[in-house]
Design a protein around this ligand. Structure first.
Ligand SMILES: Cc1cc2nc3c(=O)[nH]c(=O)nc-3n(C[C@H](O)[C@H](O)[C@H](O)COP(=O)(O)OP(=O)(O)OC[C@H]3O[C@@H](n4cnc5c(N)ncnc54)[C@H](O)[C@@H]3O)c2cc1C
Length: 485
C-alpha cells in the first residue's frame, strides 16, 4: 500500500473484460485482504447437507461447506477410504482454492513443486515446448503448481475432514435420491433427509479396476445422481478413443542409470508427444517415485483387457520412441490400464435440492490435468454461492447461479482437454512442423503472444490458472441482483 502521500486512484476499477492492465494497481484498488488461505465466507443460513462420495471432489466440498458453517455428513460406498492410481497434478487454480480451505499445511509434506514443463519430440526427446512454472506461476497466479501422489492428496484431505469432525459414513452406497424431498436412500433401505443433497459420486475413478473393466461397456459409466438430475435419462459418456497406462518407476533404479538419471536432476514435468500418443512424467512423493501416464489409441472393450499382458503391451505401444523414454519404460514392473472418457456437456446439474459436481457433472480427458482441480473449484464455488443466501427460499437461486457459472467453466475445460488430444497427437508432417515452429520462441526464451502449448499460451494461462472461482460467483450474483432490481 502506498505510504508516500500518493492517493488511491478512485477513478480506476478492475475492468469487466479479460485484461491485466491494472494488475500493477491492485493494492490501490482492493483492500489488502490477505492471503489466499484466509478461509471461506460464513453462511448466513446454515444447511443440513448430505454429501455423497468421498473422492477428491467430495472431500474438498465437505471441507468448504463445513468451514462455512453448514452441517455436512458424507456417505461413501467403499468400506475403506483410499485412492487408486499414482500421481496427480495440482495446478495453481486448484492450489488457490485448496489454500483457501486451509489445506496448505496438510499438503505441504507430500507435494513436489516442478520447476518447468518440457514438451519433447517423440523420437529424439528434443525440447520443442517449454513453460517455466517456478517462480512464474506463483508470481503470476498467486499460488504454486504442485504434483503429488493421489493417495497422499486424498489422505491429507481425509485428515482435515477428521480434524474438523466431519462425519463420514462408510459402506454407505446411495441407491436412490428424492430431489424434491432432499433425501437419499442407501442400499440397506435407510433414508436420510437434508436441506441439500450434494452428489460427488464421480464416474467410477475410485472404484476398483476390475469393477471398471467389467462394467464400463456393459452398463455405461453411471453416477446414480446424474441420471436423477437429468430426469431419469442419463447422457452417454464419450470415448474419444484413448486409454492410458499409469505406472511409477523406482527413482533409485533411475539414478543408477547414467543414461536416464539426468531427468531426475531438477523436479520437472516432461511430456513426449507424437502420433496419437504421448507420455507425461514427473516425480511424486517429494521426489521418491517417478510417475508416468502413457496415453495411446484404444477403442477396444476394457472387459477384454488382460492385466497380465499390460506391461508388454505398453512397451510395444512406444517402440521406436526416444531411447531415454523407452529405457525408463523398460524399468516399469507393473501398470494399470484405464479407459479415458469425456463426459457429455450436460444441460443441468441441479434438480430441486439435488446438485451434482466433480466428475459426475463434467468428467474430462486428463489432458489439461484439471479434472480434480475443477471438482475442487466446484466445491468452493458452491460454498460461496450458498453463503449469499439469507433465507431457505433463496436456495434455488443460489444453486442456479452456481450451476450457470460452473457449467461454463467446466465445459470450457472439457473443451481445452479435448483440444490437447489433437494438438499433441499430430503425425509428423506440415501441421506438426507448424505447431513445433510456433513453440520455438518459448523454448528460446523470446517473447511470444500465443502458443500451442496451453500451459504457455498467455490467454489460456490467464483463463486456466488465474481463475478465481469465488470472484466468478460474486460477479454472477451481482449480475443477478442487478437484473432483479
Ligand atoms: C489418467 C488420469 C490422470 C489424471 N490426472 C489428473 C491431474 O493431473 N490433475 C487433475 O486435477 N485431475 C486429474 N485427473 C482427473 C481426476 O482424477 C478426477 O477428475 C477426480 O478424481 C474426480 O474426483 P471426484 O471426487 O469427482 O470423483 P471420484 O474420485 O470418482 O470419487 C467419487 C466417489 O464417490 C463414491 N461413490 C460413487 N457412487 C456412489 C454411491 N452410489 N454411493 C456412495 N458413494 C459413491 C466413489 O466410491 C468415490 O469415492 C486424472 C484422471 C485420469 C484418469
Amino acid at each position: 500500500m502506498p505510504s508516500n502521500g500518493v492517493s488511491r486512484a478512485p477513478a480506476l476499477s478492475m475492468p469487466t473484460y479479460p485484461s491485466n492492465c491494472l494488475e500493477f494497481a491492485r493494492p490501490f484498488l482492493t483492500p489488502e485482504t490477505s492471503e489466499s488461505d484466509c478461509g471461506v465466507d460464513k453462511a448466513k443460513v446454515s444447511l443440513n447437507v448430505l454429501l455423497v462420495g468421498a473422492g477428491l471432489g467430495g472431500l474438498a466440498t465437505a471441507i468448504a461447506l463445513t468451514q462455512s458453517g453448514h452441517k455436512v455428513t458424507i456417505y461413501e460406498q467403499t468400506p475403506v477410504l483410499g485412492e487408486v492410481g499414482a500421481g496427480i497434478q495440482v495446478p495453481s487454480n486448484s492450489t488457490r482454492a485448496l489454500f483457501k480451505l486451509k489445506l496448505k499445511p496438510y499438503l505441504k509434506p507430500y507435494v513436489t513443486e516442478p520447476e518447468s514443463i518440457s514438451f519433447r519430440r517423440w523420437q529424439s526427446g528434443k525440447v520443442i515446448g517449454s513453460t517455466k512454472l517456478v517462480p512464474d506461476f506463483t508470481e503470476n497466479f498467486g499460488t504454486p503448481y504442485y504434483v503429488i501422489h493421489r493417495a497422499d492428496f486424498h489422505s491429507a484431505m481425509c485428515q482435515k475432514v477428521q480434524d474438523m469432525g466431519i462425519e463420514i459414513k462408510l459402506g454407505a452406497r446411495v441407491e436412490n435420491y428424492n430431489p424434491v424431498a432432499g433425501s437419499i436412500t442407501l442400499a440397506d433401505g435407510t433414508t436420510y433427509y437434508g436441506d441439500l443433497v450434494v452428489a460427488v459420486d464421480g464416474w467410477s475413478h475410485a472404484q476398483s479396476y476390475l469393477r471398471i473393466t467389467l462394467t464400463f461397456i456393459a452398463t455405461g459409466i453411471k453416477s446414480v445422481a446424474r441420471k436423477m438430475v437429468l430426469g431419469g435419462k442419463d447422457m452417454a459418456f464419450r470415448r474419444p478413443g484413448f486409454a492410458a497406462y499409469r505406472a511409477t518407476v523406482d527413482v533409485e533404479r533411475m539414478r543408477n542409470d547414467p543414461e536416464v538419471s539426468w531427468i531426475l536432476e531438477r523436479p520437472a514435468l516432461n511430456i513426449w508427444i507424437g502420433n496419437l500418443r504421448h507420455v507425461m512424467t514427473y516425480t511424486i512423493g517429494a521426489g521418491k517415485a517417478f510417475n508416468m501416464v502413457l496415453s495411446h489409441p484404444d477403442t477396444t472393450d476394457p472387459s477384454t483387457w488382460d492385466p497380465v499382458k499390460a506391461v508388454d503391451d505398453m512397451k510395444a505401444e512406444f517402440e521406436g520412441w526416444d531411447p531415454v523414454l523407452t529405457r525408463i519404460i523398460g524399468m516399469v514392473e507393473k501398470t494399470l490400464k484405464w479407459p479415458l472418457i469425456s463426459g457429455s456437456v450436460l444441460d443441468r446439474w441441479v434438480s430441486d435440492r439435488l446438485v451434482i459436481l466433480g466428475d459426475a457433472a463434467h468428467a474430462m480427458l486428463p489432458y489439461m490435468s484439471q479434472g480434480a482441480a475443477m471438482a475442487v473449484e466446484d466445491g468452493l464455488a458452491l460454498c460461496r454461492s450458498l453463503s449469499k443466501i439469507t433465507s431457505n427460499e433463496q436456495l434455488a437461486k443460489s444453486l442456479s447461479i452456481f450451476e450457470k457459472v460452473r457449467m461454463q467453466r467446466a465445459g470450457q475445460m472439457q473443451e481445452a482437454s479435448m483440444l490437447n488430444s489433437h494438438l499433441w497427437h499430430f503425425p509428423d508432417g506440415p501441421l506438426q512442423e507448424a505447431r513445433d515452429a510456433a513453440m520455438v520462441p518459448e523454448v528460446e526464451g523470446r517473447p511470444f503472444s500465443h502458443s500451442p502449448n496451453q500451459w504457455s499460451d498467455p490467454a489460456t494461462q490467464m483463463w486456466c490458472y488465474g481463475y478465481d472461482t469465488e470472484k466468478a460467483i460474486d460477479e454472477a450474483w451481482e449480475a443477478e441482483l442487478t437484473n432483479d432490481a
